[in-house]
Design a protein around this ligand. Sequence first.
Ligand SMILES: [Zn+2]
Length: 289
Amino acid sequence: METVKGTARYECRNCGFQHLKQLFKVNTSNEPVWFFKCPRCHLVCTDLQIDSLRLKKIYSREYFREYYIKNADLLLSYFKDEINEIEQVVANKGRLVDVGCGVGFFPKVAQGNGWECTGVEISEYACNYGRDNFRLNIYQNDLIDCKFSDKSFKVITFWDTLEHLADPVRTLREVNRILVNDGLLVIKTPNINNLGNRSHILLSKLTKRDYFHVETHIFHFTPKTLINMLERSGFKVTQTRMVNEPRDRSIPPDSSVKLKLWLLLLRLLFIIDNAIGTREAMICYFKKG
Ligand SMILES: [Zn+2]
């Protein structure tokens, strides 16, 4: 996104409003990343540009090992709970596509529950991991370029994917086309109303290092801005759950004093966030509007 004197030169990728408000800059290991907020729909986005070369570099073996494979047991058990939640609201099993499926943990678990699963993933490493380890059918592509048939899926899931997309509204319109009429769309994404997440963004701003996905997340949602985007893309929300991320929260005993103090502060914010209901992420269920 090109910027001129505190405003973004072109329109909000959700509501079309021009002149986004410039918030602050984070100097990452690559180029500086600016955060913007739309004065009309309040959506927060950045000017992060990821070309295919950087895409390959970012979503590498190391990325998936660090965020996913290292925590395989935790994530597989987490997704087992989530497919059970989905089955509470979808009567009969059928075709399911997981968009941005990574190494395939969610489709593996859903397949085990009797769903006919497809994965969509841009990372070559992650696609091969899912195919080799779980025998999954994974398309290495953007969802739009997969060109699935109209109304071909009963359930479509985005687990921490939407915030990575350059044009999420375009992708959501495609989701609307390929979802059956009474189908379910499930979206999980971080909540930037969460004090812990806000502190990580602030830390990134102060230290000029990436502590909150500054180099991978283009959009930063609240429950309101997420639902607003989905409504604009032809969906209506049927359920919203505020949740915490499945992660190990213990303080490593060999941490420095500085790190221990930071982790203690985060623990305090975690308690406050849970008391006031601003958890780390949201999982929303949508139907076609
Ligand atoms: Zn807007």
